[in-house]
Design a protein around this ligand. Structure first.
Ligand code: GDP
Ligand code: MG
Length: 386
């Protein structure tokens, strides 16, 4: 069933005439636009929406992660002149999927669309997409580069094209996703369907459509409409080489039903690398003969903890990267967390060894205890969500 896709509410019944506010026309469509450094694009896109959505009751929500170029100010100026425009300015947070989810949940039309701010998505498809949903032909409509009539020419370079094609193939094989372009950032969905799925969606990463489709397990009635992915007009792409990492993280989380997150995996990998750093430092100090074993072991542990901290800050928590004073404070807290983690590690290993007399089982259990502790506690006290 399509919810209130009704056109204008009748004005004839307004009570007692004078002074009574005219009922507003019910919204049909909320357009959600995540932005980061898109100052030069927002006004142009808004004007294009005005033209293409004439005759439709719509609103637009720009979700800006406090862009240094002041995109949110440009949006506020637009909003001052037109009540259909809203700006959600998020401070201390980054992330495309999270921005889209918040924008959708903060809007109110029965149908929502998500599109890029950079004019790469063809907004003239919106009325057609809306009609498909309002007519009951679809619950999800995807603007697709990979169905007949569409094209991905606007992708920045060959590397991005290759990644997009490979990731699409993997998503289909591993997650059983059936649509041609699950990596698209341009889609429209019925609000009730989205709100059902929302609690299971990941706020990390950038592939929100893939997440929606995978989480929906093929239950969403989906139609793809072709569009030509244009070249970016102003500004530059924010999706860096970590895009691939994000993609694998999402696949992993979906395959393990959210048991293993990308963050935890990265944290554990960094921990494994830290062990190598520790052993190398220890070896170096002992061979050079500059320190006793106890001193060398302490220095090696400090070096490994510091490198783990910096790597986690750059990779595992790159969306919440600590800088300046917060970096120093974070490092000190991380030392404490790791020291307690080491006690937990040794404690668990000892008690298992005591009962089972199996050194490798005891060792692995201790190490696992240590990494789970370090991960859980450092996400509480070091890289806290603000
Ligand atoms: N709010 C928010 N928007 C983002 C973030 N990263 C990218 N965007 C926006 O998401 C859209 C897609 O990003 P873009 O860099 O164009 O990706 P590309 O088209 O794949 O190169 C653009 O409108 C960006 O401004 C982010 O961390 N937060
Ligand atoms: Mg783009």
């Amino acid at each position: 069933m399509i919810e209130s896709a009704t056109p204008a509410a009748p004005a004839a019944h307004s009570p007692a005439g004078a002074g009574a506010p005219r009922p507003q026309r019910a919204l049909q469509l909320s357009v959600i636009i995540p932005t980061f450094n898109e100052r030069g694009n927002v006004a142009v896109l808004f004007r294009r929406l005005q033209t293409t959505l004439a005759g439709i009751a719509w609103e637009v929500v720009f979700v800006d992660d406090n862009s240094p170029d002041g995109t949110w100010q440009a949006v506020r100026e637009l909003a001052a002149g037109d009540g259909r425009v809203r700006c959600l300015r998020r401070i201390g947070r980054r992330g495309l999927s999270g921005a889209c989810i918040e924008g959708i949940l903060a809007s109110s039309a029965p149908v929502v669309a998500v599109m890029d701010a950079d004019l790469q998505h063809d907004e003239t498809q919106l009325p057609r997409m809306l009609k498909l949903i309002e007519d009951g032909a679809a619950e999800l409509v995807v603007g697709s580069r990979y169905v007949e009539g569409g094209s991905a020419h606007g992708l920045a370079d060959k590397r991005r094209v290759g990644f997009s094609v490979a990731a699409t193939m993997m998503a289909k094989k591993l997650l059983g996703v059936a649509i041609a372009d699950p990596m698209s950032g341009f889609f429209m969905i019925r609000r009730d369907c989205f709100e059902d799925l929302a609690p299971s969606l990941s706020i990390q990463g950038f592939k929100i459509l893939l997440d929606i489709v995978a989480t929906g397990h093929g239950r969403l009635r989906t139609v793809e409409v072709p569009f030509k992915f244009g070249a970016r007009q102003h500004g530059e792409s924010k999706l860096d080489s970590m895009v691939a990492m994000d993609f694998f993280g999402l696949v992993l989380a979906k395959l393990t039903r959210d048991l293993v997150s990308l963050r935890f995996l990265l944290f554990a990998l960094v921990g494994g690398f830290g062990l190598i750093v520790h052993m190398l430092t220890l070896d170096l100090l002992l061979v050079a003969g500059v320190a006793s074993f106890a001193t060398a072991q302490t220095v090696a542990a400090l070096v490994a903890m510091t490198s783990n901290f910096l790597l986690n800050n750059a990779l595992t928590y790159r969306d919440q990267r600590l800088k300046a004073f917060a970096l120093l404070r974070g490092l000190l807290v991380f030392y404490i967390v790791c020291a307690v983690g080491l006690l937990a590690n040794v404690g668990v290993a000892f008690s298992i060894y005591d009962q089972e007399q199996n050194w490798w089982l005891a060792g692995v259990s201790g190490a696992l205890m240590g990494v789970v502790w370090n991960y859980a506690v450092s996400s509480l006290f070091v890289w806290r969500r603000r």
